[in-house]
Structures are given as C-alpha cells and as structure tokens.
Design a protein. Structure first.
Length: 368
C-alpha cells in the first residue's frame, strides 16, 4: 500500500519547475562551452549526448529490475548526479570531464524521472489526466523562459565556471526541498513489460524518444552555427521556451471532457510535421528561430495525449507504463543521437538531419 504523501501534484510540479530552470540556465550553453572553451568537435559532442542517453536507457532498465524504489531518495540521487555534472563542467577538463558528463547526465535521467513520473501520474484521474499532464508542459515553459537569457548574462559577465557552479547550487536547493517535503517511506513500483504496453504504445514511445534524440543533438549544434555569443544564445533559447504550455493545457481540458485522446494526438502530429520540415530547411537565423519556436509550441501535444491514452488503458499499472516508457524513450534517444553522429561524419549537414523528425512523428499516432 502506498505510504501517505506529504506533497501533491502542485508540489511535484514545483520541484520539476526548479529542476527545469536550473537545467535550462546552463544546458543551453553546453555545446558552445564544450566547443569554444575545450575545442571539442561537434561530432564528439553528438557522441557524448548519444552515450549519455544510452547510459540512461541501461539505467532505466536496471532500475525497473528493482521492482520498487524509495521515491524521495532516488529523486535526490538524480538531482545530485546532475549537480555533480555541472561541477565537472565548471572545474574539470579533458577525458575526466567528458566521461563524467556522459555518465552523470545519463544516470540523472532515470533516477529523477522514473519516480517523479510515477508520482505525478498517480495524482491524475481520467477526468483530469489530460489537463494535468499538459500542465507539466506549461510548468516547463514558465520555468525555462527566463533561464537561458539569465544564464547567458552570467556566462558573459562572470564566466563559465560561475555559470555552472550556480546551476549546481540551484540543483542542490532542489534536492534539499525534495528531502524536506518527501517521505522516506514513500516508494514507487516499477515494471518492464513491453508486451503489456502494446505495439501501438511501444511505437509511439520509440518515436517520441527518437524525435527527442534528433532535436537534443541537432538543435544546439545548428543554433551554434547561426549565433555564438552567450547573451544572444540565451535570448534565442528563451524564445523557444516561451511557447506551447497554455495551448497544451487548453487542449488537455477539452480531452478530459471527451476522453477521445487520439484526435488530439493526431492534431499534434499534423501540426508538428510541416514545422519540423521548416526547421530542417530554414535558410537563416530568423527563419530558424521562428520555425523552432513554433515547433516547440506544438511538439509536446502528441506525446502528452499519447501518454494520457496509455495510462487511461493501464490506469492500475502506472509503474509498468512509466518504467517501460523510460527504457524505450532513452533507447530511442541514444540510437538517433548516434545516427545523427554518423550522418554528420558522412558529410550531411546536421540541420538536414532534422528531416528524420517528420518521418518519426506519424508513429506517435499509434498510441492507444
């Protein structure tokens, strides 16, 4: 039986918002930092991202083998991994930095998000699931809107070590809040059972992970090719963040009334495909910024309602959905990141690799 909770949906959302702010405060600059300060080739950065997401896939699978996890301690461990990765960026260089970057970032993803996703999803019911899951996108947009711009100012005025040290400090604050508001008795149950998930849901989660792997790798590299000054990068990524949350919440409320999630999945897919093509062929910074901002506004619609549809069907087995989903997402993220690397090495412009996204997006409509 689940232990009594000292926090609910809003507090979990607040914890996520603090994490999102800290991550975006520094994460928008990882590529420019590793390239300009350490001379790392963009292909090597793509490889690091691919290794990190494959570490996340292995970590997710290993975590589901434990069956149950202490929720608070596991989330704190995830936040600590991300904070340690930021400190590595601040104070290390060479192979030790690259190793810790990939391993700690990869470990953070399942350690934090597996228990957090289970906890926040268990706070939903069919009557409010769409709007509450969409609320995650709104919280992300609100938290990340000012973060890259502020991070760019810090990097420009105080330098890279200060930027990453401050980011680590914010994450340690988040870990402290998780400890204070958490309950040591609170545990989450996890399962790895792709057969129970169903073919459509598996295809949808793999497509979502593949899309994210492409964009996580390609968007920062393309942005860096357009603009390289820290404050300009911060403003650009702030523009990307200021989109989509309110739209997702409005659609979520409508989906809760009708319970017809698939039409909203189809809407998200149909809006995202032409915008992804526009990002891939944008000829200049202005066109790229507008297309990427518009894509950010609609890209989360299909995954949000795909997730709601799967949880509607398997409501009593949230741990199965989230555990299996996390493995599939990270496996696909890592695979597509490595694919981007290979295409890059083969001479394909990294921007054109974004054309993989409209190929993957229709698979998200298979969720049910």
């Amino acid at each position: 039986m689940r232990a009594p909770r000292t926090r609910g949906y809003r507090e979990l959302l607040g914890l996520f918002g603090l994490l999102a702010f800290a991550s975006s405060f520094t994460g928008s600059f990882w590529v420019v930092f590793l390239t300009s300060a350490h001379g790392l080739h963009p292909a090597a950065i793509a490889a690091l991202i691919g290794v990190a997401t494959l570490v996340a896939a292995l970590g997710s699978f290993a975590t589901t083998r434990a069956r149950t996890l202490p929720a608070t301690r596991t989330m704190i461990a995830g936040l600590a991994c991300l904070a340690a990765m930021q400190l590595a960026l601040a104070f290390l260089s060479g192979p030790p930095l690259y190793l810790l970057f990939a391993v700690l970032y990869g470990a953070y993803i399942p350690l934090f998000f597996l228990p957090w996703n289970v906890l926040v999803t268990e706070e939903t019911k069919a009557r409010d699931r769409g709007v509450k899951l969409a609320g995650i996108q709104l919280a992300f947009a609100l938290a990340t809107a000012p973060a890259p711009f502020l991070g760019g100012i810090v990097a420009n005025v105080l330098g890279w070590p200060a930027l990453f040290a401050i980011g680590a400090g914010i994450l340690f604050v988040a870990a402290g809040l998780a400890a204070v508001r958490g309950d040591a008795r609170e545990r989450v149950a996890l399962e790895w059972d792709p057969r129970a998930l169903g073919r459509g849901a598996k295809a949808a989660y793999l497509a979502q992970g593949g899309t994210e792997g492409v964009l996580w790798t390609a968007i920062p590299l393309v942005t860096y090719s357009f603009v390289q000054r820290e404050v300009e990068l911060g403003a650009l990524f702030s523009l990307f963040a200021l989109t989509g949350g309110l739209l997702a919440v409005v659609l979520g409320r409508r989906s809760d009334r009708t319970r017809r999630r698939r039409r909203f999945i189809a809407l998200g897919v149909s809006l995202s495909i032409p915008l992804a093509v526009s990002v891939a062929v944008a000829p200049n910074l202005l066109a790229f910024s507008v297309a990427t901002g518009a894509l950010s506004a609609v890209l989360a619609i299909a995954p949000t309602f795909a997730n709601a549809a799967v949880v509607d069907r398997l409501e009593g087995r949230v741990g199965l959905v989230m555990g299996t989903r996390e493995v599939l997402l990270n496996l696909a993220r890592g695979t597509t990141s490595i694919a981007i690397l290979l295409l890059f090495l083969a001479g394909l412009p990294v921007q054109l690799a974004i054309l993989l996204v409209p190929v993957l997006l229709p698979l998200e409509a298979l969720a049910r």
